[in-house]
Design a protein around this ligand. Sequence first.
Ligand code: MN3
Length: 199
Amino acid sequence: MEKLYTLPKLPYGFKDLEPHISEGQLSIHYEKHHQAYVNGANGLLESMDKAREGGVELDVKSTLKALSFNVGGHILHSLFWPNVSPKGGGKPGGAIADFLDKEFGSFERFRDEFSKTAVSVEGSGWAALAFCKKTQRPLIMQVEKHNVNVYPMFHILLVLDVWEHAYYLDYKNNRAAFVDAFWNLVNWAEVGKRLDEVQ
Ligand code: MN3
C-alpha cells in the first residue's frame, strides 16, 4: 500500500488566533503553503517510486535535496500548529517551567534568547526549542529554510515559523512584532506534553 504525507487538521478555526494571526494570514499559510510542502514531498516520493519501478535512473542529488526541504517543511508546520492556541500565552508551569529555568536562569531569559533566535534568522527559517536526549538539556536551534542546521535526533518541543509567508499579511516586514505576538499564543500544555513524552 502506498503511504504518503497528509495535511493534519488544524486544532482551531482560522479566526481563532486573531488579533495575533489574522484569518487571512492563517488560512493562506495552512491551506496554500503547508499544503504545498505536503504535495511537494508526495510528488517526489511518487516520482522516486516510478523511477524505481521503471528501472529509470534518478537524479539522486536534486531529488533528495528537494525531498529534505519539503518533508522538513511539512514536519515543522505540523509541529507549529498545535504549538499555538487561542488559549495560549503567559508563562509555562510545571515541569517545563522548571526545565527552562534550570537551563536559562529564568523564563524571561529563555524568551529573550528564543526571540533573538527567531528575529535573526537569515532569510527564511524557524526558531526551535529542542531536547537533547544525551545531555537531557534543552537547546535552541536556528533552522534555515526547513532543514538546515537541524540537529539529528533532537526532539522538538516548540517551533516558530519566521518565513515571511507566516506573517507578511499581518506585520509586513516587521518580523519582531510577529515574534512578540507569538508569545500570546504559545500552547505551553502542548510543549509540556512533548517534554513528558521524551524525558
Ligand atoms: Mn510556514
